[in-house]
Design a protein around this ligand. Structure first.
Ligand SMILES: *Cc1c(COP(=O)(O)O)cnc(C)c1O
Length: 422
């Protein structure tokens, strides 16, 4: 464990040499006590607003005001092809081909839509392997899909749980469970990163193990998108879904993202719910009687998309493209690494997130032995925003876009004050 002084010295040096440091000014910060910008460690919950988001949204409002319906095809950013502003940056973000991704709906909606296609229980192959500590919405979605097929969640849902006395899953236990379920497994669905523990999983290894037993493999990247570097095309899961309001800074209720691997490009042989926006765009407005799907992920679209939301997300994706996920992740590893060095081993604090950088993203989850709620208030009073998950977990996620090494040190100082009762 680093001392507070060592931490301060490292942070000063790292901040001074941080090439991404100035990008912080591209974001708007809430004010804390005394009107000072807060230390924002909740970008895993709602990312900060890019300064350029307002202009992007106003551009759409202005076109709507000044052009009415003509805004679909006129103006600097016509709405009909507006989603294209997001396609290439989104593909780069998750390591996909452009026609493997689409931005649409919201996360839980997309999870359901993709499960319509990729959870097709048949004869003895009915089960879904998932994390026991998955985000509640994911668990509700899984259970209701199982019931939708007339099956019993108690039988069809197979939760992965850590070994007794441990907080996170051992990677080999995940692979063993897939092999053990074997031909009973219809779908493997893993949250990457886990929202509660901050644990990240090896997408390629899990995908290979799932495919080896003939299962479909999907990932919920709610806490992964904009946090980790992904190679979805090469790693080969069948689908992935994510939201854009966490690390992606797309704003409250932002549109979700979807990946469908190119092996399912023509959608043939898959059950799918259809709508006019999934229809081949070349003939979409002929309004013909038969559905002819767009090739790739866009074939899963149902409705014409909310352009105002897309505009806010576009502002953020422009920043991601300017910086690149590789550079962000490099800084993120160092930020979270410094936090880990400052807090792991502190009395009264148990870091449940894995110490191995390959098994985590930006977030550290800390179990606080005494008065975790009190700590949260103490942090807020010191201008540090974190969040709390009952009964005793504090989550802190320094986002590399706008967090400084000094912020991590500040967090650790308040934590130390709390646990030492000073
Ligand atoms: C944030 C989060 C959600 C939220 O779902 P919405 O449909 O966007 O409201 C769902 N699942 C996971 C794993 C999450 O982290």
């Amino acid at each position: 464990m680093l001392s507070a002084e060592e931490g301060r010295a490292i942070a000063e040096d790292q901040d001074a040499r941080d090439a991404l440091g100035p990008i912080r000014d591209s974001f708007l910060f809430p004010s804390g006590p005394g009107g000072v910008p807060v230390v924002y460690l909740t970008g895993n919950s709602l990312g900060l607003q890019p300064r350029t988001a307002r202009a992007r949204v106003e551009e759409v409002l202005d076109d709507w005001a000044g052009r009415g319906v003509e805004g679909h095809v006129q103006g600097t950013s016509p709405w009909l092809p507006y989603h294209r502003f997001l396609t290439a940056p989104t593909a780069r973000l998750v390591g996909a081909q452009p026609d493997e991704v689409v931005v649409m709906n919201t996360l839980t909606v997309n999870l359901h839509l993709l499960m319509v296609s990729f959870y097709r229980p048949a004869s003895a192959r009915t089960r879904i392997l998932y994390e026991g500590s998955a985000f509640p919405s994911d668990r509700y979605a899984l259970a209701s899909q199982v019931r939708f097929h007339g099956l019993d969640p108690a039988e069809a849902l197979v939760p992965l749980v850590p070994r007794s006395g441990e907080h996170v899953l051992r990677p080999e236990d995940v692979l063993d469970a897939i092999a053990r379920e074997g031909e009973r497994l219809a779908l493997v669905l893993i949250g990457n990163v886990n929202y509660l523990t901050g644990q990240a999983f090896d997408v390629g290894a899990i995908t290979r193990a799932g495919h080896a037993v003939g299962a479909m493999v999907g990932f919920d990247l709610a806490h992964g998108a904009g946090n980790l570097v992904f190679h979805l095309h090469d790693d080969g899961p069948d689908f992935a879904v994510w939201c854009s309001y966490k690390y992606l800074n797309g704003g409250p209720g932002a549109l979700g993202g979807v990946f469908v691997h190119s092996r399912h490009r023509d959608g043939r042989g898959l059950a799918r719910f259809e709508g006019w926006w999934g229809h081949d765009e070349a003939s979409r407005f002929e309004m013909g009687p038969r559905f002819e799907g767009m090739p790739g992920a866009e074939g899963w679209q149902l409705s014409n998309p909310p352009i105002l939301q897309m505009a806010a997300l576009r502002a953020s994706m422009e920043l991601f493209d300017a910086v690149g996920m590789t550079a962000l992740r490099r800084k993120s590893e160092r930020l979270t690494g410094l936090m880990d060095q400052l807090v792991r081993g502190m009395p009264g604090v148990e870091v449940i997130t894995p110490a191995d950088p390959a098994q985590r993203g930006a977030q550290l989850s800390l179990r606080i032995t005494r008065d975790a709620r009190g700590l949260l208030q103490r942090l807020a009073a010191a201008g540090v925003l974190c969040d709390f998950r009952a009964p005793d977990i504090i989550r802190a996620a320094p986002a590399p876009f706008y967090s400084r090494f000094a912020d991590v040190v500040r967090f650790a100082e308040v934590l130390r004050g709390h646990v030492t009762g000073k």
